[in-house]
Design a protein around this ligand. Structure first.
Ligand SMILES: Cc1cc2nc3c(=O)[nH]c(=O)nc-3n(C[C@H](O)[C@H](O)[C@H](O)COP(=O)(O)OP(=O)(O)OC[C@H]3O[C@@H](n4cnc5c(N)ncnc54)[C@H](O)[C@@H]3O)c2cc1C
Length: 403
């Protein structure tokens, strides 16, 4: 038998919260159940690497107050383990059976690991991880940050602001060199140097071992590093187990959805980091960013009530490192051709970088340039066909004002 809800959302993260709000915009009374394996109700994740370290926000500020805002029932600390779309049932790890009319998979992703996580080895993703790291990161504590992606760079900056003795260990040549043009990488490196962050480049950790109160990090071709704690940001694997269990198609690790965010079963939807969706401008993809989680969650919520809304929003994303900040749309990567358009006298301070592949624009970086994501989307639309940019400097520079 089990319990019955009209709408069930698996995952109590950022897209789950937006989906519950989306449902309520169309259905004021239908019952909503949210099942989340973290001990917390939905909260805002980006401040975990930014505002909380800068002192701009507290943990209380990041609570999204989902239950008050949507009247959803939230089961925290509970994992959904099995899905049967034919019988419209879910089973949870505490043995409950849940019947739904409409289901949303908003399960996000799990961090890649190379060792057992612990109080001293943190694969950073959650509020609990923040609490562990905050307790560890006392002034003078030595902490190694592994991974030079968005999370690694941001958390290294946050830890430095907290007074920890930080070693940033990355596989690439300099912080950001997989994503930004060399001039910007120089600016980022200088920021880390200004804050006494030691940077070790060209290193891939092969093993992490704990020994009493220390952590040893081993590398194949470099001496080991010994620290009080490690925080790692190696990327995530989408949590697609329920979709696989329910026989729903996945691709590139994500759950395949149509423009209405429906899986192959019209009563099961997916949104956020786990969804492999058809983007109007960028084509089919999975996006691990908050604007996508929120906008897609909202549309999924609407469509759980009445499936009539295409997801047409091409999301932007952002990152902050110390006082440096940007917004971006599309794909960034130093493997692409990069066309830099800096404001006069503000090289590597304020400007736009266009990323090109096959003479088409695939990404736009707005470095210290704000309120321009719509213009970036226009550029991606106009110059998105392979071969459409014959003369990059002439065709692209000035498309987006570098004010
Ligand atoms: C530290 C950090 C900083 C970030 N900063 C930025 C930023 O600056 N800019 C930006 O654009 N994006 C940022 N992001 C990315 C952004 O937060 C994510 O894209 C967004 O949270 C994705 O939302 P989601 O709902 O898909 O997944 P999540 O918010 O990750 O939520 C998924 C939830 O589902 C739970 N779950 C999984 N499987 C099950 C199951 N079977 N049963 C029950 N529960 C389950 C998970 O435990 C998790 O709580 C950041 C992410 C992190 C971790």
């Amino acid at each position: 038998m089990g319990v019955e809800y009209k709408y069930v959302i698996v995952g109590a993260g950022m897209s789950a919260h937006s989906a519950a709000r989306g449902i309520r915009e169309r259905d004021l009374v239908g019952s909503i159940l949210m099942i989340g394996q973290e001990p917390d109700s939905p909260y805002d994740r980006p401040p975990l690497t930014k505002d909380l370290w800068k002192g701009d926000k507290t943990l209380a500020d990041i609570d999204l107050h989902t239950a008050e805002k949507t009247d959803a029932e939230i089961w925290t600390g509970v994992r959904a383990t099995s899905l049967n779309p034919d019988t419209h049932t879910l089973i949870t790890d505490d043995g409950r059976t849940v019947n739904y009319e409409k289901l949303l998979l908003a399960t996000g992703g799990s961090p890649h690991t190379i060792s057992q996580p612990s109080d001293r080895v943190i694969y950073f993703r959650t509020k609990h991880d923040y609490e562990l790291l905050r307790a560890l990161a006392q002034p003078g504590t030595s902490i190694a940050v592994l991974g030079g992606g968005f999370i690694g760079l941001e958390i290294a900056a946050g830890l430095a602001l907290a007074g920890a003795q930080v070693t940033l260990i990355i596989s690439d040549d300099s912080p950001g060199s997989l994503v930004y043009p060399p001039g910007l990488c120089g600016v980022i490196s200088q920021k880390f140097a200004d804050h006494d962050v030691r940077v070790l480049t060209g290193r891939i950790a092969s093993e992490i071992q704990e020994e009493k109160d220390k952590v040893n990090i081993y590398f194949d071709a470099h001496p080991a590093v010994h620290v009080d704690g490690v925080v790692a940001g190696f990327g995530i694997t989408p949590n697609n187990a329920l979709a696989l269990d329910g026989g729903l198609p996945t691709e590139a690790g994500g759950v395949v959805v149509d423009a209405m965010l429906r899986t192959s079963d019209s009563d099961v939807f997916a949104a956020g980091d786990v969804a492999y969706y058809p983007d109007d401008i960028l084509g089919r993809r999975r996006i691990e960013h908050v604007d996508n989680a929120q906008s897609m969650g909202k549309t999924a919520g609407h469509n759980m009530v009445r499936a009539d809304e295409r997801y047409v929003h091409t999301p932007y994303f952002y990152s902050d490192i110390f006082d440096l900040g940007y917004e971006a749309v599309g794909r960034l990567g130093s493997q692409f051709d990069m066309v830099e358009d800096w404001a006069p006298g503000k090289t590597n301070k304020t400007g736009v970088v266009y990323y090109l592949e096959d003479r088409a624009v695939v990404g736009v970086l707005l470095w210290n340039v704000w309120d321009s994501t719509d213009l970036a989307r226009e550029v991606l639309k106009e110059f998105g066909e392979p071969g459409s940019v014959g003369n990059p400097a002439k065709q692209l520079k000035g498309q987006i004002p570098t004010r």
